[in-house]
Design a protein around this ligand. Sequence first.
Ligand SMILES: *Cc1c(COP(=O)(O)O)cnc(C)c1O
Length: 289
Amino acid sequence: MFEEIYSPVQKIVLAPFNNLFVKRDDLIDPYISGNKWRKLKYILAKAKAENKTHLVTFGGAYSNHLVATAAAAARSGLKATAFVRGETVKNEMLLLCSLFGMELIFTDRESYRDKHQLFESHFANNAEAYFVDEGGASAEATLGCAEIIGELTETYDHIFCAAGTGTTAAGLLKGIQQQQLAAKLHVVPVLKGGGFIADEIARYTTTDKQLALHLDYHFGGYAKTTPELIHFIKMFTAQTGLLLDPVYTAKMFYAISDLEKKGQLHRDERILAIHTGGLMGLFGMKDKF
Ligand SMILES: *Cc1c(COP(=O)(O)O)cnc(C)c1O
């Protein structure tokens, strides 16, 4: 199912920018959203090469990664199980996971912390089971994300992405280095205390010379929002016709807009934002709008 794909780059009209472009990875697939497709591509290839037929993974109740893994497993003829953090709940995302045939095991927060232990306790005697870390974080995932850069046919001064685990950012920086591009990679962690992202990126890349981390756009932390961010999403969507999710891409575009206001970006510079998808994240926050 991971045949070659190519997501388009589109120029968007957002004042005051004159050269703002978006890599539309959100268009790759409605369920295997954006960077999750990129991350799963080589994870599935490795699982298949090792004759594993059962993906076992981890996530919160609104995890894009769980839906993506469920859909990718179903389309590849693989079984899937997810350990879902927290008490039993129902929501739109987990409904999709179930429809794709994923087994859901709700797991209290204490046990959830040790994922390898959870895997061992349920799948130690199952030679078909393949451990996929939360969010798909892995060396394989960085390979797929580096391909985003390989698809670019033009050059940019700045490339932006949102970060949760930092694996996507690591892959992008690797891609920039491999292609010897001059672009600077700007990473916007969506969690509070996102400094650990620098270590994550360093695990997979050789230099951080072209890297800028922007730690002040978490809006209170993972999956937290403020009225200001919600206002920004409404304004952005009405102006550009592109949807953003409040967890990741809204924080990235807010950062782009704010850095221009602070004089750290210039409106004429060529800026590429990676739209990593995740629009279903809107559902988890519908009460905020
Ligand atoms: C998962 C996700 C990210 C974060 O990717 P990492 O590789 O974990 O940093 C960014 N954007 C969207 C929309 C996501 O679903």
